[in-house]
Design a protein around this ligand. Structure first.
Ligand SMILES: Cc1ncc(COP(=O)(O)O)c(C=O)c1O
Length: 391
């Protein structure tokens, strides 16, 4: 396979420590070694959530974690306020309706952040939950989670956050910010293959779990909790993924979460500064550090840009979804990304735009952009790439 530079907002490039663990022979989940590892993983995961409550692992993609939050906390007929600012918000609001919730959508133009006042106005004394993405991956927007939590927290409603493209990538201290349910996903900042979702519940949310009337089986968090207390998972344990998660959590905690966040933020800043030098507009009103959505110049098709980058440079980025399909490219900043990966990506982006519109970005602008990007990156150690040699 020719080298690919994977720069999507999930899946992301995996560090060597994780690749090594994924290649280990299968082990049974009832060995004393694995039972100890599982306990350590749950404890370290709790620290990434920054909560005193338990953190849980579901064998599911991120959407399973989102479903778990709903079926454990929202009963049929309950009133839910849903922030809908892109593809993932739309899907979550639909999912809540599927389980019988009465959903009020706070619709936000794609690329904009939600206004906290709009959420406050949409809530009624009956509202039992506010659901939102932290980062809406389809637009690269980061919503004001802390401020939203301040509105929801004094009410009876739970604040439920899809942090699938945020947890591990930027600070999301669950307890400190009063988030009631938070969800993460393995193929994002956790640098694992797709297939695990992570979730934690506040005390306020646990009280709801106990009284919630929605039928649940696979995602019954009470059953998962009881199994975890015995050192087991409720269903068959995804041993390989969990051992790899152990390796990732070790990297996070050895390096320090703040260093991981700083590196991801530096990749984001480098991209934003380079975009400014090259005259490319950023779609997102408030860009998330985990992913940057750039508008391609007028007359350029971003799907063709995407495939040109892939064919000529082996660089994989994402295009847009739905109405943004041909208008944006999305560049991910999570995972084991080196300075060189970022520079190669920016250069190939410009070449791909030039293939459709030769005079869109000058050589001088590209060279200024790469210089600025390099300066930012060199100032921030690539802790996720270099972790093996720097311990
Ligand atoms: C913000 C957000 N929510 C939900 C999902 C859905 O996750 P999955 O595709 O793992 O089910 C994604 C996936 O990209 C996402 O970025």
């Amino acid at each position: 396979m020719t080298k690919q530079t994977l720069m999507t907002p999930g899946p992301v490039p995996l560090p060597p420590e994780v690749l090594d663990v994924l290649a280990l022979p299968m082990e049974h989940h009832r060995t004393p070694e694995f039972i100890a590892l599982f306990a350590r993983v749950l404890e370290n995961l709790r620290q990434v959530f920054a909560t005193n409550e338990r953190a849980f692992i579901h064998t599911s993609t991120g959407s399973g974690g989102m479903e778990s939050a709903l079926v454990n906390c929202i009963s049929p007929g309950d009133h839910v306020v849903a922030v809908v600012s892109g593809k993932f918000g739309e899907r979550w609001a639909d999912m809540a309706e599927t389980f019988g919730a009465r959903v009020t959508r706070v619709s936000v133009a794609w690329g904009r952040v939600v206004q906290v006042e709009d959420v406050r106005r949409a809530m009624t004394p009956e509202t039992v939950a506010v659901i939102t993405q932290a980062c809406e991956t389809s637009t690269g927007v980061l919503h004001p989670i802390r401020e939203l939590a301040q509105v929801v927290s004094p009410t009876k409603a739970l604040f439920i956050v899809d942090a699938i493209t945020a947890l591990g990538a930027l600070p999301m201290p669950m307890d400190e910010w009063d988030i009631d349910v938070m969800i993460g996903g393995s193929q994002k900042a956790f640098m694992l293959p797709t297939g695990l979702s992570f979730i934690a519940f506040s005390k306020k949310a646990w009280a709801r779990v106990e009284t919630c009337k929605t039928p649940r089986f696979y995602f019954d968090i009470r059953a998962e909790r009881d199994a975890n207390e015995k050192g087991e998972s409720y269903f068959s344990t995804p041993v390989t993924h969990i051992r790899a998660l152990d390796a990732v959590l070790k990297i996070f905690l050895d390096r320090g979460m703040h260093k991981v966040h700083e590196r991801i933020a530096a990749l984001s800043r480098a991209t934003l500064v380079a975009a400014r030098e090259m005259g490319l507009q950023v779609l997102s009103e408030v860009p998330s550090p985990s992913v940057t959505a750039l508008l391609v110049p007028e007359g350029v098709d971003s799907q063709k840009v995407r495939s040109h980058m892939e064919k000529t440079a082996g660089v994989i980025v994402m295009g847009g979804q739905d109405q943004l399909k041909t208008k944006i490219v999305r560049i991910g900043h999570m995972g084991a990304i080196s300075d060189e990966d970022m520079v190669v990506t920016l250069r190939s982006l410009v070449q791909a735009i030039a293939a459709q519109k030769p005079d869109a970005i000058s050589d001088a602008a590209l060279s200024r952009a790469l210089d600025e990007a390099r300066k930012i990156l060199e100032a921030t150690p690539a802790v996720l790439v270099d972790s093996r040699r720097s311990t």
